[in-house]
Design a binder for this molecule. Structure first.
Ligand SMILES: Nc1ncnc2c1ncn2[C@@H]1O[C@H](COP(=O)(O)OP(=O)(O)OP(=O)(O)O)[C@@H](O)[C@H]1O
Length: 237
């Protein structure tokens, strides 16, 4: 009978997905530090939350991990390797950043869902209406959701559409920057359910959820970090 130390039952080594190595961000004009030197690793299977006061640097940190803003020092790695400039689009395909109020294009929800497939990075992928419908249904939307005009969507519906637009592309990591901040509780729960279903579908996925809401942070994450005046605290490694 194998015991817990036998190779068959030992936990598999953690897979490092996104890591920050001494990353620093400064205000380009005034030179003030927005993010102090930060080390952080996100492993496959982790759901992390970052809470902290307004203006403390949560978005600055998330945008740095997403490679949307360049570091002033340090670097970000993907699966233990530095990311060459030419590989940034491929990285963003694996690591998706979701803003608080994502931009929607004119046209229907389906037009919005089709948009990523017009980009060079996704030239090998194809829009699958059934997948999109399934995701919309998982967020409690009616079957006609894809036919709605983006301009007619409520804030909650627009956020759901934006999340479906990302999740249909099956990223490995979600960086969620207060995705439910301006939403009613029901819409917020729909977003949480959608992210949860995405996470549960593959053991090698991981996410970071920035939230002002401590209750939500407890619901959506098992690893808790804090940001205060540009200093990331908690269990950062
Ligand atoms: N590109 C930038 N250049 C200069 N200053 C910036 C830049 N981005 C953010 N800041 C400043 O950095 C500080 C942290 O901003 P950030 O948006 O990360 O805060 P936050 O913790 O996400 O706040 P909130 O919870 O209100 O969204 C703020 O003072 C903000 O004005």
């Amino acid at each position: 009978m194998p015991d817990a130390t036998s190779p068959a039952l030992a936990p598999s080594p953690s897979i490092e997905l996104v890591a920050a190595h001494g990353v620093v961000r400064r205000d380009a004009v005034r030179g003030t530090v927005l993010l102090h030197p930060t080390d952080f690793t996100l492993y496959a299977g982790q759901r992390a939350a970052i809470t902290g006061p307004s203006g403390s640097g949560k978005s600055v940190f998330l945008r740095t991990l997403a490679l949307l803003d360049a570091c002033d020092a340090g670097h970000v790695t993907w699966r233990g390797e530095r990311i060459a400039r030419s590989r940034i689009p491929a990285y963003r395909r694996r690591v998706a950043y979701i803003a608080q109020r994502p931009a929607m294009l004119d046209g229907t929800v389906e037009d919005n869902l089709l948009y990523p497939f017009t980009l060079k990075t996704y030239r090998d992928a194809h829009f699958d209406r059934d997948t999109a419908m399934r995701l919309a249904l998982a967020a409690g939307r009616a079957p006609d959701f894809l036919d709605k005009l983006a301009s007619d969507l409520s804030g909650g519906e627009a956020q759901i559409a934006a999340l479906v637009r990302v999740l249909q592309l099956a990223p490995d990591v979600l960086l969620l920057d207060e995705p439910t901040a301006s939403l009613d509780p029901a819409s917020a729960r729909s977003i949480e359910a959608l992210v949860s279903a995405w996470f549960d579908a593959d053991a090698e996925r991981a996410c970071i959820w920035v939230s002002h809401d401590l209750e939500q942070a407890r619901r959506v994450a098992t690893r808790h970090l804090t940001m205060n005046a540009g200093v990331l605290g908690g269990d950062t490694r």
